[in-house]
Design a protein around this ligand. Structure first.
Ligand code: FES
Ligand code: FES
Length: 79
């Protein structure tokens, strides 16, 4: 399986409105933290996230979180 690129070594913290979001899992998107289609050919693809109520989200930027689209602190342990 392809290894994602580290887009950022810290999360993208945003207040988000209810809706559907496509989090970039490959790290190649220029529209971080969301997919812009750049994953084509990598074997990786975006993760769909449904947000029900307005809230603050810490989107994983390192692409190595154990919690998918959401930062779980793994970025601090990357080499
Ligand atoms: Fe990264 Fe689509 S550009 S998953
Ligand atoms: Fe990826 Fe925090 S930015 S785990």
């Amino acid at each position: 399986m392809a290894e994602p690129r580290i887009a950022s070594r810290q999360p993208f913290v945003q207040k988000v409105q209810p809706g559907t979001y496509w989090w970039c899992a490959c790290g190649l998107s220029k529209e971080q933290p969301f997919c812009d289609g750049s994953h084509k050919g990598t074997g990786l693809g975006p993760v769909k996230v449904e947000v029900d109520t307005e809230r603050t989200v810490a989107w994983c930027g390192c692409k190595h979180s154990g919690s998918g689209a959401f930062c779980d602190g793994t970025h601090a342990r990357l080499g």
